[in-house]
Each structure stands twice: as structure tokens, then as C-alpha cells.
Design a protein around this ligand. Structure first.
Ligand code: 173
Length: 318
């Protein structure tokens, strides 16, 4: 009897301490606040803060003004921040495999069921000292946008703004890649430093790029991946109830990708209304482009990650 009472008392004590301890985590986004690739993460923060009231509080520091985009991965690794919304393309220096995530466009429900999430989470545990909480935008492709017209898929003589997402394919088709964070795209185009840029189908209006964009090249290629990461020490210090709030919000966040079908359709219309012309060279050219785009990207991943690259490809199934 005594033991039972004691156990009950301990349970109550533990419970009240847990309730009394609201953990605050600092978060940043590699994309500007309120823009397309931060928006859903910001909704995720609101959800965690409301579902986890009294348990967890995410303190959103903001976008690239807080931490430069290409340093966000390292900031999570070293716990300069506890959490981040960032694309793997921005931390390929720490994890070369991250360049392969864009080559997997399967829904996250499938990636979680077939071991992809687990494999990629392990890579994050080991190389980025972080937990791979969620991946967003699997169904949003990239494009090459141009300010100069081309009459076939050939970037010879063109300088194209890239990140690791587009570097190999731009080079494969003869272009000169110039790496910049998103915040420098507008000036690069305006000053003629770049003749075009890689970017997803969505989001070009956020930073006013429609003013300097004349063409969008077809076909769409690859799959956007923007991940929610949490520093592993921060993750391990959470209790079960806190982790449950995060895991449930992560699945909810991944589910928001469903909204993107309509968003993409609207975005294409909005680009057309802004007089951005599509450059479409027909199905044969599109197929040749896509075959090459995937091939050069996988080869590049294999070269830099010979151990893990082939497994990523097998999981991606292409
Ligand atoms: O173009 C980029 O900056 C880039 O690599 C990216 C990746 C994911 C979403 C948006 C942009």
C-alpha cells in the first residue's frame, strides 16, 4: 500500500515538474520570413506552440537576417540555434548526400513507410547532429528562369545563378553557374551578373523577381526539399510528451504538401499574367533534358558520397 502511495506521489511530482518546465527552442529559417518556403514552417511553429502549450515554446528568430542561408545547417549542428527550416542544398558541405534528396519525389508517407526517412534521419544524426523532423514540398518542381531567350535547351554563353540543386545540370548544358543565396538573385539579374536562375515553380513573386524575369524554361525537374531539423542534443533532452507534439506536427506539416497542387496551378497562371513566357521545346527535348538532369545529379552524388549515394538512389527508385 505504502509503495503504491509513494509511486503515486512520485508520478504526481514528476508530472508537475514536467508541466512546470516549458522548454523554449530557438528556430530560424533559411528563407525570408513570410515567403513561400518559410510559410508552412511558420504554420508549424504556431501549431507546436498551441498544441504544446506549457510543454514547448518555439521562439522564431526569423529568416536569413538572423543566420545566412548557407550557414543554417552548421548553426543547427553546433546548436547556435535549436531548430531550422532549411534545404539540404544549403548544407551539402557537411552532408554531400543532401544533394540527392531533390531526386526523390515520393510522398513522405511513402518515404516514412519504406525506410527512406529512417536512412536520411541517420545521415542527419551522424553528420549534422540533428533529427530530421520533416521534409516538405516533395511535389513542387524546379525550373530554369531566363532573361534571355534560347531556341533549344542549351545554356552556352549564359551565366545562370545556381545552388547545388542546379549546378550540375546547368554545367551539363553548357552554362556558367554562379552560386548565390536567394537574397542575391534580384541584384544579380538586375546588374547582368546572371542571365537566368534556378528556382522552384513557386515563390518568384515573393522577392519581386517577376520584374526581371522574361522566360520560364520547361520542363519542370527534380523535387523541392525543405527540411525541419532539430539539434540532436535538444531533441534528446525533450520528454516523450514534447516529442509527441513535434512528431504529430511534423506529419501534419508534410500533409500540407497536398495544398501545393492548387498553388502550382495558380502560380503558373500568375507568371503568365506577368508576361513570363514559357519556353517549351516539346516532349523529346523535355525527356532528353530530364534524363540528363537526373543522370548528372546522381553521378555527382555518387562521386562525393560513394558509400551512401547508391542506397539513396535505390530508395528513390529512379
Ligand atoms: O534556389 C535555391 O536557392 C534553392 O536551392 C532552393 C531549394 C529549395 C527551395 C527553394 C530554393
Amino acid at each position: 500500500m505504502r509503495h503504491i502511495l509513494l509511486a503515486g506521489l512520485v508520478a504526481i511530482l514528476l508530472d508537475t515538474t514536467a508541466a512546470a518546465q516549458e522548454t523554449t527552442l530557438r528556430a530560424v529559417s533559411a528563407f525570408a520570413e513570410g515567403t513561400e518556403f518559410s510559410k508552412n514552417f511558420e504554420r508549424f511553429i504556431d501549431k507546436v506552440n498551441s498544441d504544446g502549450k506549457g510543454l514547448i515554446k518555439i521562439n522564431y528568430i526569423g529568416g536569413p537576417r538572423a543566420v545566412p542561408p548557407f550557414e543554417v545547417g552548421n548553426a543547427v549542428r553546433t546548436r547556435v540555434v535549436d531548430m531550422a527550416n532549411v534545404t539540404g542544398a544549403f548544407y551539402t558541405n557537411l552532408m554531400p548526400e543532401a544533394d540527392g534528396f531533390k531526386l526523390n519525389g515520393k510522398p513522405m508517407s511513402e518515404q516514412r513507410a519504406n525506410g527512406t526517412w529512417e536512412f536520411i534521419n541517420r545521415l542527419h544524426n551522424e553528420k549534422l547532429n540533428s533529427q530530421y523532423l520533416a521534409r516538405q514540398f516533395h511535389n513542387v518542381p524546379f525550373h530554369i528562369y531566363l532573361i534571355k531567350k534560347i531556341d533549344k535547351i542549351d545554356f552556352s554563353g549564359l551565366k545562370i545563378r545556381v545552388t547545388p540543386v542546379y549546378k550540375d545540370v546547368v554545367e551539363a548544358f553548357g552554362g556558367a553557374p554562379i552560386t548565390t543565396p536567394p537574397g542575391e538573385v534580384y541584384t544579380a539579374l538586375e546588374r547582368g551578373v546572371a542571365d537566368g536562375y534556378g528556382w522552384p515553380i513557386t515563390g518568384i513573386f515573393d522577392l519581386g523577381w517577376e520584374k526581371v524575369t522574361k522566360f520560364r524554361m520547361e520542363p519542370p525537374f527534380y523535387s523541392v526539399e525543405v527540411n525541419v531539423l532539430i539539434n540532436l542534443d535538444a531533441w534528446r533532452s525533450l520528454n516523450d510528451a514534447q516529442r509527441r507534439v513535434f512528431n504529430e506536427a511534423a506529419l501534419w506539416l508534410e500533409g500540407l504538401d497536398n495544398e501545393k497542387v492548387a498553388v502550382i496551378k495558380a502560380e503558373r497562371e500568375r507568371q503568365a499574367a506577368a508576361s513570363i513566357q514559357t519556353l517549351d521545346f516539346g516532349p523529346a527535348a523535355a525527356k532528353a533534358f530530364l534524363d540528363r538532369a537526373y543522370d548528372v545529379a546522381w553521378q555527382s552524388v555518387f562521386k562525393r558520397a560513394p558509400e551512401t549515394g547508391p542506397k539513396l538512389r535505390q530508395l528513390a527508385g529512379n
